[in-house]
Ligand binder design. Sequence first.
Ligand code: SF4
Length: 171
Amino acid sequence: MEVNKAKSEDKALEALVEKNIILAKLDQLLDYCRAHSFWPVTFGLACCAIEMMAAGGARYDISRFGYEVFRPSPRQADLMIVAGTITDKMAPLVKRIYDQMAEPKWVIAMGSCAISGGPFVDSYNVVPGADAFLPVDVYVPGCPPRPEALLHGLLTLKKKVINPKVVKIHG
Ligand code: SF4
């Protein structure tokens, strides 16, 4: 009788543990937290930056995802949204800001210019995309991409940070 009672208590305890305790590696937990609170560096290069700013406004409400804390200092930021045309003159400064950001850090290339040079790709002074000198994680196409597209890019980055094995996401 006592044995049966102990067994049923054990089972009840196991069920309680399964229901209430999640086991994960600390890295996974940290990545989960980071993915829900990117801190983008305040930074814009050209017209795409206007759409990035719109994403922060009340209409698109980037804060519902936890990404609204744009930081004026790269040392407090973990995400660079490259929004606009990168000229040869600006590229070293963009790189310097990126280098000043703390690890771990991520890069979104927003718009045709940041992805490939866009309509100015043949210009003598335009870099053909941010990935010429930065490790870009997510590309958001468009000229310019709408704020919804940037939000989609941010959510794609979120999936990538939670599961680094994800290299391509559809939909
Ligand atoms: S992609 Fe289009 S909108 Fe964006 S910076 Fe280039 S020209 Fe401007």
